[in-house]
Ligand binder design. Sequence first.
Ligand code: ADP
Ligand code: MG
Length: 240
Amino acid sequence: MKKIIETSDIKKIYKMGSEEVRALKSVSISVNKGEYVAFMGPSGSGKSTLMNIIGCLDTPTDGTYILNEKDVSDMSENELAEIRNKEIGFVFQTFNLLPRASCLENVALPLIYAGYNKSDREEKAFQALKNVGLADRVHHKPNELSGGQRQRVAIARALVNDPSIILADEPTGNLDTKTSYSIMELFHELHQKGNTIIMVTHEDDIAHYAHRVIRLRDGLVETDEINPNPTRAQIVQIEE
Ligand code: ADP
Ligand code: MG
């Protein structure tokens, strides 16, 4: 199994004036290519801090982080941005779509930074939207879509660059139960296709989809366990 993420004794200290917040005290985890991992733990335990470091949005104060065989612990912001564009697909609780842009334009956005020409961008974005079941919503604006459809657009955008890892921070946090399950079915399919997924969630029935659950508490890993029996929602209803 190829290791895609390895953090060794990483620490994160936020400095606020004379105050210091030790958000991560010592975190050592490794994730193999193709794994589906859920991060759980109480509010303030360091989940988002860890996701930000794994996603190259931030660097650790101490310790090393190896992503896809590259040491990214001490990279400059420019270097990090390049790695991020190439390796990471982000999905957020609040979708983070551009309201004035069409679905196609939203999904094509990461490809601008990757240097594709316009027709290639549009073709790839269309395929990504088709893969999440939105081929007929290409020219719609985000506010013309349901919450579940918006999150599908965000997932298409995360995937359009064929990243090494998909990072999702509470992706179902703004969705009703039925829609949450349909989004989780989509993540399940992505995992079946070989994608590596790390997801933060508060909800047990969402975490049950993952094949491994890492619980954080006070900036430390409390438990790191394989889920012997990943379960999907009993009744999966199709989103209207
Ligand atoms: P979680 O996502 O598990 O709720 P976070 O990683 O957001 O936890 O936060 C961990 C700790 O670090 C908390 O005490 C939080 O207040 C603090 N923290 C997070 N981000 C910052 C920041 N940018 N500046 C200062 N403190 C922060
Ligand atoms: Mg958080």
